[in-house]
Write a protein that binds this ligand. Structure first.
Ligand code: FAD
Ligand code: NAI
Length: 466
């Protein structure tokens, strides 16, 4: 007789592992099935964490080579030790994924290594390292997402890479073409540009970073171009051929027109991610995916099959680790009979370029389209004392508030440590704060966060330092 669980989570990424821990905290008997041989999912293994390790290390390299001299710190003979940088990244990954195993033990979550397949309501067959059949009252699907392929451009993870290959190139390519000016394209494009590659980003749309506020997008393009990223906007890649020198890409104007050939040592395909449900056995409980491959759920993350829930990238929405984590907590609480809930209006989104780009809530374009009357407050980092002291003044804070109620509806930052700075606005929005509430909160001096206070004051046209 196999062990009976209250919850079996399929997938050990940020959605799945957090769900497992929260469910165990609530006294449920929980197992988490993961097939990649390590916990942490895309995020810890081939996503958020390794990319941030390389972003930080490459930023330090560029600063040492080109920028700290401006502050009177003269460093001679800066050289790149790429294997050591990669070893740092790899160690961060294994330390973090090992940390999740420790958390599982601490919370008494059973970690089952192998691929999980739903075979009947409440039954999961595991193949691989620890083959067995698990029986459970509830199943939570958290199988995440995978790279969206581009027809005609075959990824080999050597000269034509996805983000996974771009995180472990053995040498710095002389030339790199990135397909897609989204988050991955700009983050990993920045890494390799800083390390010495000539990077060209080909984007289908006429602008970069589609979901961001228009003003921020424009500023981001200006800043990243100044740093040396080349952009070919309004173009699509229609084919790739491997040559002795590298890769030849066929590129056409998105609106139609003559094709041209671009060549590069390495090509990074970064045109989005798609839900991953391969081999999951959805059909055994009468489930299928929708036209875009996502599993559909109701407000309580319940699929159409009784006792089968789904969370994270596989259900769509913002494909972000912290969004998956919030859903993991919510579904665990709902299964335990509590009232889990996620406020999708206050999920932050951060692009870890330099400067960082961060947003929460509505963009100005969205408010216009929805016919919402709003006020704007803006403040540039050039007028912030700490940013000047740090010689890091690129960018601005932009706040959008309801014209009648003054409630904060959105905040958009491009600038130093934008991601961390944004967090106070996320909390403010979670509590339904007005711009006046934030503007009247004392902000320590000299801090970059004073730019947030000033932008909030600017909503009422009374900034103090500009
Ligand atoms: P995943 O993390 O994809 O985890 C799903 C897990 O399920 C995987 O480990 C998979 O092996 C496992 N699995 C699948 N099927 C089965 C099965 N049948 N049996 C057993 N196991 C299975 N997000 C951020 O918020 N911030 C960032 O900075 C950030 N950076 C990123 C950088 C890159 C390069 C990439 C690719 C993504 C990044 N993301 C970032 C997105 C983030 O990684 C995802 O949104 C997040 O990992 C989604 O979590 P998840 O739990 O839904 O799925
Ligand atoms: P993305 O959706 O952010 O950007 C894809 C870009 O490719 C878009 O600008 C799109 O217009 C463009 N595109 C699509 N098809 C194209 C084509 N045929 N030719 C040229 N351009 C094309 O996707 P990306 O960058 O792959 O990232 C996937 C997801 O991973 C993100 O949406 C995000 O959810 C997550 N992520 C989050 C990070 C963060 O939070 N810092 C970092 C990296 C990834």
């Amino acid at each position: 007789m196999s062990e009976q669980f209250d919850v079996v989570v399929v997938g050990g990424g940020p959605g799945g592992y957090v769900c497992a821990i929260r469910a165990a905290q609530l006294g449920l008997k929980v197992a988490c099935v993961e097939k990649r041989g390590a916990l942490g999912g895309t995020c810890l293994n081939v996503g958020c964490i390794p990319s941030k390790a390389l972003l930080h290390a490459s930023h330090m390299y560029e600063a040492a080579a080109h920028h700290v001299g401006d502050l009177g710190v003269e460093v001679a003979g800066v050289t790149l030790n790429l294997p050591k940088m990669m070893a740092h990244k790899d160690k961060v990954v294994t330390d973090n994924t090992g940390g999740i195993e420790f958390l599982f033990k601490k919370n008494k979550v059973t970690y089952v290594k192998g691929a999980g397949r739903i075979t009947a309501p409440g039954a999961i067959e595991v193949t691989g390292e620890q083959p067995q059949t698990l029986t459970t009252k509830n199943i939570v699907i958290a199988t995440g997402s995978d790279v969206t392929p581009l027809p005609g451009v075959q990824i080999d993870e050597e000269s034509i890479v996805s983000s996974t290959g771009a995180l472990k190139l053995a040498s710095v390519p002389k030339t790199l073409i990135v397909i897609g000016a989204g988050v991955i394209g700009l983050e990993l494009g920045s890494v390799w540009r800083r390390l010495g590659a000539e990077v060209t980003v080909v984007e289908f749309l006429d602008y970069i970073l589609p979901p961001m506020d228009g003003e921020v997008r424009k500023q981001a393009q200006r800043t990243l171009s100044k740093q040396g990223l080349n952009f070919l906007l309004g173009h699509k890649v229609t084919g790739a051929a491997k040559t002795n020198e590298g890769v030849a890409l066929t590129v056409e104007p998105a609106a139609g027109g003559d094709a041209q050939t671009l060549t590069a040592d390495v090509v990074l395909v970064a045109i989005g991610r798609r839900p991953y449900t391969e081999g999951l056995g959805l059909e055994s409980v009468g489930l299928s995916t929708n036209a875009r491959g996502f599993i559909e759920v109701d407000h309580d993350y319940q699929t159409k099959a009784q006792g089968v829930f789904a969370i994270g990238d596989v259900i769509g929405g913002q494909m972000l680790a912290h969004k998956a984590e919030e859903e993991g907590v919510a579904v665990a609480e709902l299964i335990a009979g509590q009232s889990g809930h996620v406020n999708y209006g206050a999920i932050p989104s951060v692009v870890y370029t330099s400067p960082e780009i961060a947003m929460v809530g509505k963009t100005e374009e969205q408010l216009k389209a929805e016919g919402v009357a709003y006020k704007v407050g803006k403040f540039p980092f050039t007028a912030n004392g700490r940013a000047r002291a740090n010689a890091d003044t690129e960018g601005f804070v932009k706040v959008l508030a309801d014209a009648k109620t003054d409630r904060v509806l959105g905040c958009h930052i491009i600038g130093p440590q934008a991601g961390d700075l944004l967090q106070e606005v996320v909390v403010a929005m979670e509590f339904g704060a007005s711009s006046e509430d934030v503007a009247r909160s004392s902000h320590a001096h000299p801090q970059l966060g004073e730019a947030i206070k000033e932008a909030m004051l600017a909503v009422d046209k009374r900034p103090l330092h500009i």
